[in-house]
Design a protein around this ligand. Structure first.
Ligand SMILES: Cc1cc2nc3c(=O)[nH]c(=O)nc-3n(C[C@H](O)[C@H](O)[C@H](O)COP(=O)(O)OP(=O)(O)OC[C@H]3O[C@@H](n4cnc5c(N)ncnc54)[C@H](O)[C@@H]3O)c2cc1C
Length: 254
């Protein structure tokens, strides 16, 4: 394996997987470096793709040859066009996907992409010479060089998780945070901010009395994101179930 590429992408989340596929499909020799290849394009939270303002982006990515729409269609277990009671400008496609199959399909798609190479490791340093990025150095001490380096680290840079009153260092549940890059970016006067995301508690489905919840089925005529025809999906379609909080729940939370 060579140590020099046209493009290096750091982090195989949703953004990095799409960036690596785009670079490779445009003919650039591309290296995708990620902490754990088994979490390729992992869905962090609610396994939903699209929704208000985001559904349109998935269709734009699809129009430009990206994979997100195709893989969402292949793995969706519920599709709904949101806001149908409002005007067409407000309609928003949203799918719930099987989160495990979504990640597996992404890895398969990337492995079938020409010009794309993989390295499982953590990047903790950019190689910079005379203010120009030349490559990256990894935790294992390996150096890779490229004309361009794309950072798609998601929630991992100096990540901090708050669970109740506990603060735990990490990128995502059970996954390490990434250190070194933020400090280096700050040194080069690139503003670094930490954005906040939140997620609901995970419940064991076997402990829920679904009869007490409001069922929300998917659309009768299942929609899709990709403009490509013939995308196959044989997965069983599922309902969502809605629960409402009340003042008693709020008291418990307090
Ligand atoms: C608990 C939780 C709940 C969330 N809920 C939502 C939600 O409901 N809706 C929503 O839109 N977003 C939510 N998010 C945000 C979510 O992170 C993004 O939607 C989406 O996953 C971001 O994609 P990404 O590709 O930017 O990064 P990520 O999916 O975070 O992927 C980053 C990838 O980079 C890798 N990586 C990071 N640093 C390095 C490094 N130095 N070297 C090598 N590899 C590295 C990681 O291993 C990971 O594979 C949530 C995030 C979390 C953690």
């Amino acid at each position: 394996m060579t140590d020099t590429f046209d493009v290096i992408v750091v982090g195989a989340g949703h953004a990095g997987s799409e960036a690596a596929a785009a670079a490779a499909n445009l003919g650039s020799s591309t290296l995708l470096i990620t902490m754990d290849l088994f979490t390729t394009a992992k869905m962090s939270c609610n396994p939903a793709m699209g929704g208000i303002a985001k559904g349109q982006i998935i269709r734009e990515i699809d129009a430009m040859g990206g994979y997100t729409g195709i893989i969402t269609d292949q793995t969706s277990i519920q599709f709904r066009m949101l806001n149908l009671s409002k005007g067409p400008a407000m309609w928003s496609p949203r799918a719930q996907s099987d989160r495990v199959k979504f990640s597996v399909k992404w890895r398969e798609a990337l492995e079938k992409t020409n010009n794309l190479h993989f390295w499982q490791d953590t990047v903790n340093e950019l190689i910079i010479e005379k203010d120009i990025i030349k490559g990256v150095k990894t935790k294992l001490g390996v150096k890779f060089y490229a004309e361009a380096v794309i950072l798609t680290n998601g929630t991992f840079l100096n990540g901090l998780m708050h669970v109740g009153n506990n603060k735990i260092k990490g990128g995502r549940d059970s996954e390490n945070a990434s250190y070194g890059l933020s400090e280096q970016l700050i040194k080069y006067d690139i503003p670094v901010l930490r954005m906040k995301t939140g997620t609901p508690a995970r419940l064991d489905g076997r402990t829920i009395d679904f009869n007490k919840l409001k069922e929300q089925k998917g659309d009768e005529h299942m929609g899709k994101f990709s403009f490509l025809p013939n995308i196959v999906n044989h997965l069983k379609q599922r309902s969502c179930y809605i629960a409402y909080t009340n003042t008693k729940t709020h008291e418990t939370l307090k």
